[in-house]
Design a protein around this ligand. Structure first.
Ligand SMILES: [Zn+2]
Length: 352
């Protein structure tokens, strides 16, 4: 009886030892291999089940059977490890020999590309038109001396723009320029006529509402030579309107006052929003039912400005014009609030 018990356990161990290699080899995946290993060596596995009758084995046989069980266990563990390695190698070989990428996969959407800000788009287009008319591009500082921003342009000291309430003053007679006309002063004090420049840039005023921002952008254009007249100014304006707002866009000048020009004028163009195919303009909300839209201020450069900048006003004449880039862009894209340009919300910018 006790002999039979010992022989039965030995036989079962032998059957396990001779059979496990084939069972491991049949496992096609790592998980299947681990499952098979657990069936043999797990807590409720076959080896445990075989050894549960060890108590019935006679004492003199227990040692031999225990050693045999340990050997089988070690053999199974070794077999499991080597099968695990073989499976990993098989998987790596398959990866290495696979095609490097799958041409049949659908393409990924291309990354979104940025683009120019609407104010830059409008500025570049306006500058491009003036360059096409023969104007050069001139730059100037945004922090400027009072004399270049006001005095040489003929602003009287009591003009409201000079007041601390309307401009951003720093120290020592310096302020953030209130217009790009400082470029005109700098060009006239350092160069001799003839000259024709366009000057785009940022300017600053103490204004803040839906149509005014304390920081905004202007483009100034000026031309100085002998015998320049108002007719030249109107010719340039007509050409600009034609190129920027479309063929046949009418231009009109309304007399107005600016300190540094005489005569001065505000310039209207025929409304581009209510224009009909036959060329008539019945009026709309954007032109306040008039058929005209104001786009800029201009005039003949005042003789006092020439004198202040060291140019002989008896010999030379010239014109200057200036427009707000935000206003031009608001009209073009029908944007109701100037602050949208500076908040730079991605959903706003994506429309341009
Ligand atoms: Zn209109």
């Amino acid at each position: 009886m006790s002999e039979a018990q010992g022989g039965g356990i030995e036989g079962a161990l032998e059957a396990l030892r001779s059979g496990f290699a084939a069972r491991f080899a049949a496992a096609a995946t790592e998980q299947a291999l681990r499952d098979e290993n657990a069936k043999i060596l797990g807590k409720k596995g076959e080896l445990t089940a075989i050894l549960k009758d060890m108590g019935k084995v006679p004492g003199d046989q227990r040692k031999a059977i225990g050693e045999k069980a340990n050997l089988v266990k070690q053999e199974v563990e070794k077999g499991f490890e080597s099968c695990l390695k073989a499976l990993a190698k098989q998987k790596r070989d398959a990866d290495l020999h696979a095609a490097p990428f799958d041409l049949t996969l659908p393409g990924r959407a291309p990354a979104q590309r940025g683009h120019a800000h609407p104010l830059s788009i409008v500025r570049d287009e306006i500058v491009g038109i003036f360059r096409g008319l023969g104007f050069g591009v001139h730059d100037g500082p945004e922090v400027e001396l009072e004399e270049n921003n006001f005095t040489k342009l003929g602003f009287p000291p009591d003009h409201p723009a000079v007041d601390a309430q309307d401009s951003f003053w720093t120290k020592g007679g310096l302020l953030l320029r209130t217009h790009t006309s400082n470029v005109q002063v700098r060009a006239m004090t350092t160069q001799k006529p003839p000259m024709a420049f366009v000057a785009p840039g940022a300017v600053y005023r103490r204004d803040d509402d839906a149509t005014h921002s304390p920081h905004f952008h202007q483009i100034e254009a000026f031309l100085i030579d002998e015998n320049v007249t108002l007719a030249h100014l109107k010719g340039v304006l007509a050409e600009f309107a034609e190129r920027f707002y479309g063929p046949g866009t009418p231009v009109r000048l309304r007399a107005s006052y600016f300190p540094f020009v005489e005569p001065g004028a505000e310039v209207d163009i025929g409304c581009v929003f209510c224009k009909k195919p036959d060329g008539t303009r019945p009026g709309c909300n954007l032109c306040k039912k008039t058929g005209w839209i104001e786009i800029l201020g201009c005039g003949m450069i005042h003789p006092v400005v020439f004198e202040q900048c060291g140019i002989d006003p008896e010999k030379y004449t010239g014109f200057a014009l200036g427009m707000g880039i935000e206003r031009v862009a608001m009209l073009r894209y029908d944007i109701p609030d100037v602050r949208l340009f500076f908040e730079n919300h991605p959903r706003f910018l994506a429309q341009f």
